[in-house]
Structure formats: structure tokens, C-alpha cells
Design a protein around this ligand. Structure first.
Ligand code: ATP
Ligand code: MG
Length: 693
């Protein structure tokens, strides 16, 4: 037993300790489920468990840690290594003779899937040079196939490519038949069941022909490998421990991966909270948690945690009251000893512009009271909801970083560079090839198709490119591309030298195509810098596709060390995190629950859990803002408009006693508007947002 003055395990409570010490030293480690409410230390228990396993002699490379995002994986790694460092320093229980901390395999299901598939490609009939389609590519390919098999001509009202892809993805991830998915989730598409089947068959064929995988394939093929009588046990045997955070947001396919690799559940530990399940719209199901105890040939141990370490009692009271209204929930008691006299605030405000001003005032007040901007966050239901606030923040020079909104991969110039690399990696990937070919002046869709057909038919793609005759006016530009392509396909060229070649080739095209060349070129430089951090082209491509930079600041480089900045985030992306002060915007019916999801009761319940996730991110101060009028972006044909809104239905009159209610009128706001104190005037980096619009 570790027992020194610097014992990192000393602060754990009895239940957390039981989870950390679970079957340590036993011949067989039984499956373990930790199910507990927000802020009860699930993630930190998992991190301590990783450290404890390593301390007890497990090779870190035999531990697989699955998290929800790359950021979460990084944070978990840091937490675990922090514990290990303390063990090293204190000599507590002796962490062997090792002086350096190696970390386990960690990442999202998709990223780990990509890594394993690359390794086992040959064994499952995959060409190992496969490239991965991001959501945009997948949609485009679906659209193309839809067009090729003639559906757009015969069925004018046929679902759009995005909807088709969502249906397809839902079928794959839920492991339910198409018919059932259509009935439960896409009833308006049921009449096209037959055509959709044909479409999906052709879509799968197209991916195979082109040697591309989409996000769903990474899970599907991994699950097939895991279920294979030969490969399953082989892959399972690589890991002594498989640990999963946020298990409530996994889907059927992910659960089947775990049980395929570990049919007896040995060494499997998952943690989650059914009240925080917010990804049902992507096929996740809380049934995974409910079924876990009996999901393996060996029964699982179940541990619950009841003490909340994150929030003050008033915040916990309000959150508990709100989630207690849920139709279906496994009652959990949460308690804390963090007493406080500060209730959460419920602030009624005339409109979104006033909301932005009020929130800024409040943030600056907090800042003056000693709460750093990084300890504060503003959360919202949809990425577009922060627009007014972003303007106000910029006007007042308050630096911020936004998560979950801007789509790095959707910028045209980023797509161009990645497509060039992908086309070199996998010449059969037509979406990439089509894009690259048309970067060359004088080459349009018809010529590009001719080129790709030639490449597809040739035994050696390079020879097809060499032999290709472009339109006369493209000759010089084509020659430059051919030279580039030849070099990119030459084995042995060291990465990241390739990216420099691509950059040198691409930048003149970029300058020709766009007025805001300088802004875009800076992004390309940034992408090249990211690429430089990778050992190979394929590992760079896989990571950028699976886990694109999330925040605007990722693109502009991490914030400077001495810089203080505010976090803006969608609620979905705030999962697992915490801040001293949290503002939630637009807590009105129509935003949360969202207009899009008031269709059926399950959707509405998911919105309630979303509000619960938002509220439980706060440690000391929680502000829910209710603008009386807000702006909604609608389907194109209806136009955008302002609507009058009411407080969300999830906060009933009976719950108001848990809040401090304020009404804020414009006039008040004008009076209270103070000049920005000099102390908080900070430099803001040029955010150059227009590129992403
Ligand atoms: P969520 O459901 O939101 O993901 P969680 O259950 O994963 O929450 P953590 O993020 O692990 O909770 O922990 C919440 C906070 O409580 C963190 O700041 C963590 O450091 C702290 N904490 C957890 N356990 C303890 C403990 N035994 N003693 C003191 N602080 C703790
Ligand atoms: Mg957590």
C-alpha cells in the first residue's frame, strides 16, 4: 500500500479508492462499471486507476484508454502522469526503478480504430494506403453516388445527401435494420426505403473501389475484427486493461468492440452518467451502461460515487431539481460539503444584444474579483448562438477561444492541401483527386473525370498521370503538378518535407484564386506546422481528419502562456470540463429545448440532459440568461427572424426557489455599463474570422 506524505491516492474517498484498487494483483480483473453523477470524480478516478495500474507493474502500452475527444485523452494522460510523477517523487509504494513516465494508448474510438486498422489492414483485405473521408467528403461521395444511380432524376423529393449519410450512419452505429431506423428517427424518409438500400449498397461499393474509409467504417471494421474468432482474441490480448470514459455516450457498435475484444470483460472498466447522455442523435444509447453488468461472460462489479467535489450546494440543488423532472432516470443522490450562499442566477433580459452586454459586464466583474478569464466559460446550445457575444467581446478587447463551432476542415484552402496529400497517399480516392485536379487552371469537372478514370484503370497510377494529356492551355501548370505528384509518390521521401513541397506548389494557386490570400496563407502555414509534428504523412492525415483542431486558437497556435482568455463552447463540447463561473446563453424554449428537436419526447429529454450538463459544469457561479427576444436562423425558405421567447420549460415555477431571479432592462444595462477597466484590456490576436464564414 502506498503510504507516504505525498501519497496521491490519499485524497480519494472510499468508493473511488475501491475503483482504483479494484482487483489489483488478482489473477483475473473483473469488469467494472462506475456509474455516478456529474462532478463526482469519475474521470479523475479513471486517471488514478491508470497510474495505479502502471505502479502495480502493468506495461502502459498494454493499457487502452478510450475518451471522447483528443483533448480529453490529452488531459487524462496529464492527470495520470501527474499522479505518477508524485509517486516517483515521494517514492510512495515505489514506482519501480523507472524515472520516466510512459503513457498508455489513448484516444477516441475512431482514432484508435484507424491505428489498429492500418496495422491489420493486410489481414482483413484492406489496402493499407487507405485514406479517411471526413464528414464533408462522405457527404459529397454520397451525393455523387446518389446522382450516378439516377435517384436525383427520378425522385425529385429524395432526401438530401446529408440526410442520406445521417441515415446510413445511424444504421451502422445502432446496428439496427434500416427499416427500424427509418421508422424511429427518419419517418419522413420511410417511403424511400428501397431506393435508400440501393443507394447505400452503391455507396459502400464506391468506398471500396476507391480505397477510402468513412468515420463509421473505422468503428465497423474494428468491430468486425473484434468479432472475428481469430483476430478478436489476438487484438484483445494486446491489452490487459481497456478503460472508457463517458460511457453513456457510446453506441451499440462501440459496445460490441469492447465485448468482442474482451468477451469475459477482463480488465474492462467504464465510467459514465446516464443523466448526461447527450449523443443519442448520433446513435449513442444509455442502454450500454444499463446492460454493462451482464454484458460479459463474467458478471461486472458496479460502484457508485455520491460525493460531488465540483459544485457548491446551491448549484447542485438547482441542477438536481432540474434533472429530477426527467421522465426516466436512475435516481442518484449527490452531496457536497461546499456550502455557499450564492444561488445560481436566472437573468431575464430584453434581447440577445443586451444578453451579450450583460454577460460581458458580469465576466469583467468576476475578473476584477479575481476569477481569471480561463476560469470562466460561456456555454450555448448551438455554435451560432454566440455571434452577438463574440462581437461584444471583440469590441471590448476581451480575448476568447471558441470550442465546437468553427469548422477547420470546411475552409476551402485547408481542403485543397489535405486533398493533395490524400490523393498522393491513395490515388484511387476520387473525392480528393477531383478537387486537386481542378486546382489546375483550365481543368474542369470533365477533364478531372477523364483523369481519374485513367488513374482508376491503370495498374500503376503514376504512369497514368505521366501519360495524361491535359488541355493545351493547362500544359505548364499540369507539368508542375506532375512533378510534384511524382515526388510525393516516391517512396523514402522524408515527412514533413512533403508538406513543404505541397505548400510551395499550392500557394501560387491560392493567390490566384482568393483576394484574402494572406489570411488563408497563414492558415496553410499553420497546417504545415501541425504536419511537422507527425512522423508520417498517414498519421498526420488520420489525425487531422479524425480530430481536427477544435478551437480557433488551435489554428492560430495555442494561446500565449501568459495570456488570459475566456472559453466559449457549445454545451456538447463542454462535456467533462469545469469552470469556476459558467454562463449559459439563451435558456429559452426554442433554443433549449431546440426547435429542431421538440418533435418527440425522447428528443426533448435529451435536451433536458443537455441543460443538466451545462449547469453542472459550474463550480461556484452559475448564470442562466433568458433573453426575451432572440434571433433564429431558419430553413432557407422561411428566412431568419426574431421571435419572442419564454424561459425554458425545464425550469418550472416550482424550481424558481433555487435561483436568484433578476430582470434586466435596457435602461439599467446602459447605466451599469462601465468602461472596460485598464487592467483587463488585453491584446487580442487578429482572429481573421471572415475566412471561416
Ligand atoms: P463529469 O460527469 O462532469 O465528467 P466527473 O465525475 O468525471 O464529472 P471529475 O471531473 O473527475 O468528475 O471531478 C470533478 C472535480 O472534483 C475535479 O476538479 C476533481 O479534481 C475533483 N475531485 C474528484 N475527486 C476528488 C477527491 N477525492 N478529492 C478532491 N477533489 C476531487
Ligand atoms: Mg468526467
Amino acid at each position: 500500500q502506498p503510504a507516504t506524505t505525498d501519497d496521491p491516492f490519499a485524497s480519494l474517498n472510499a468508493e473511488q479508492r475501491a475503483a482504483v484498487e479494484h482487483d489489483i494483483g488478482a489473477a483475473v480483473v473483473r469488469p467494472l462499471l462506475v456509474v455516478a453523477g456529474a462532478g463526482s470524480g469519475k474521470t479523475s478516478t479513471l486517471a488514478h486507476r491508470v497510474a495505479r495500474l502502471i505502479q502495480a507493474g502493468t506495461d502502459p502500452q498494454r493499457i487502452l484508454l478510450l475518451t471522447f475527444s483528443r483533448r480529453a485523452a490529452g488531459e487524462m494522460g496529464q492527470r495520470a502522469s501527474g499522479v505518477l510523477q508524485r509517486l516517483l517523487r515521494g517514492g510512495g509504494g515505489g514506482y519501480g526503478a523507472q524515472t520516466q513516465v510512459t503513457l498508455p494508448w489513448s484516444g477516441t474510438f475512431h482514432a484508435i480504430g484507424a491505428r489498429l486498422l492500418r496495422e491489420y489492414a493486410g489481414r482483413i483485405g484492406l489496402d493499407e494506403s487507405f485514406t479517411i473521408h471526413d464528414r464533408g467528403d462522405s457527404e459529397d461521395l454520397m451525393g455523387l453516388v446518389r446522382h450516378e444511380i439516377g435517384l436525383t432524376q427520378t425522385e425529385k423529393r429524395f432526401p438530401l445527401k446529408g440526410t442520406c449519410l445521417s441515415i446510413y450512419s445511424r444504421v451502422v452505429n445502432s446496428r439496427e435494420p434500416l427499416e427500424a431506423v427509418l421508422q424511429s428517427t427518419f419517418p419522413w424518409c420511410s417511403e424511400w426505403e428501397g431506393q435508400l438500400k440501393t443507394l447505400f449498397g452503391a455507396y459502400v461499393d464506391a468506398k471500396q473501389e476507391q480505397n477510402v474509409l468513412d468515420y463509421d467504417d473505422l468503428l465497423l471494421f474494428w468491430s468486425e475484427m473484434a468479432g472475428d474468432p481469430e483476430l478478436g482474441p489476438e487484438i484483445g490480448a494486446r491489452f490487459d486493461h481497456v478503460l472508457v470514459d463517458e460511457y453513456q455516450d457510446t453506441n451499440r457498435l462501440q459496445a460490441s468492440i469492447i465485448s468482442g475484444m474482451k468477451p469475459g470483460g477482463e480488465g474492462v472498466m467504464v465510467v459514465g452518467d446516464d443523466a448526461q447522455s447527450i449523443y443519442a442523435f448520433r446513435g449513442a444509447t444509455v442502454r450500454n451502461i444499463l446492460d454493462f453488468p451482464k454484458g460479459f461472460s463474467r458478471p461486472a462489479e458496479v460502484i457508485t460515487l455520491e460525493r460531488n467535489y465540483r459544485s457548491t450546494q446551491p448549484i447542485l440543488d438547482a441542477s438536481n431539481a432540474m434533472i429530477a423532472g426527467a421522465l426516466e432516470r436512475h435516481a442518484k443522490t449527490l452531496w457536497t460539503d461546499k456550502a455557499s450562499s450564492i444561488k445560481p442566477q436566472l437573468v431575464l433580459i430584453p434581447d440577445e444584444a443586451e444578453q451579450a452586454r450583460w454577460v460581458c459586464n458580469r465576466i469583467l466583474e468576476h475578473r476584477e474579483a479575481g476569477i481569471a478569464l480561463t476560469a470562466q466559460a460561456v456555454l450555448f446550445r448551438a455554435a451560432s448562438h454566440s455571434a452577438a457575444l463574440e462581437l461584444e467581446l471583440m469590441r471590448r478587447n476581451i480575448p476568447f477561444v471558441k470550442f465546437g463551432g468553427l469548422k477547420f476542415l470546411e475552409a476551402a484552402h485547408i481542403k485543397d492541401v489535405l486533398a493533395t496529400l490524400r490523393f498522393a497517399q491513395n490515388p484511387n480516392g476520387r473525392m480528393a483527386g477531383f478537387r486537386v485536379a481542378q486546382l489546375i487552371p483550365g481543368i474542369g469537372p470533365a477533364t478531372a473525370t477523364r483523369l481519374l478514370d485513367a488513374v482508376g484503370e491503370a495498374a500503376d497510377p503514376l504512369s497514368a498521370i505521366e501519360a495524361f494529356v491535359p488541355p493545351a492551355k493547362s500544359a505548364a501548370d499540369w507539368e508542375a503538378f506532375r512533378a510534384l505528384y511524382r515526388r510525393l509518390r516516391t517512396p523514402g521521401l522524408r515527412w514533413p518535407a512533403d508538406i513543404e513541397l505541397v505548400k510551395a506548389w499550392y500557394l501560387p494557386h491560392l493567390e490566384r484564386m482568393h483576394d484574402d490570400f494572406h489570411v488563408r496563407a497563414a492558415d496553410v502555414e499553420q497546417l504545415a506546422a501541425l504536419a511537422g509534428g507527425h512522423a508520417t504523412r498517414e498519421s498526420f492525415l488520420a489525425e487531422i481528419t479524425l480530430d481536427p483542431p477544435e478551437a480557433t486558437s488551435d489554428r492560430a497556435g495555442p494561446p500565449l502562456l501568459d495570456e488570459d482568455y475566456l472559453i466559449l463552447s457549445t454545451i456538447h463540447s463542454s462535456k467533462g470540463q469545469e469552470w469556476k463561473s459558467v454562463h449559459v446563453l439563451n435558456v429559452v424554449d426554442g433554443c433549449i429545448p431546440s426547435d429542431m428537436s421538440t418533435g418527440n419526447q425522447d428528443d426533448i429529454e435529451e435536451e433536458r440532459r443537455l441543460l443538466y450538463v451545462a449547469m453542472t459544469r459550474a463550480r461556484e457561479h452559475l448564470q442562466l440568461v433568458v433573453p426575451n427576444r432572440f434571433f433564429i436562423k431558419q430553413q432557407a425558405q422561411m428566412g431568419d427572424r426574431h421571435v419572442y421567447a419564454a424561459r425554458t420549460r425545464f425550469i418550472t415555477p416550482a424550481m424558481l426557489k433555487h435561483f436568484d431571479e433578476h430582470t434586466w432592462l435596457s435602461a439599467d444595462t446602459q447605466q451599469v455599463r462601465k468602461p472596460v477597466p485598464e487592467t483587463v484590456r488585453m491584446m487580442v490576436r487578429d482572429r481573421a474570422r471572415s475566412v471561416w464564414k
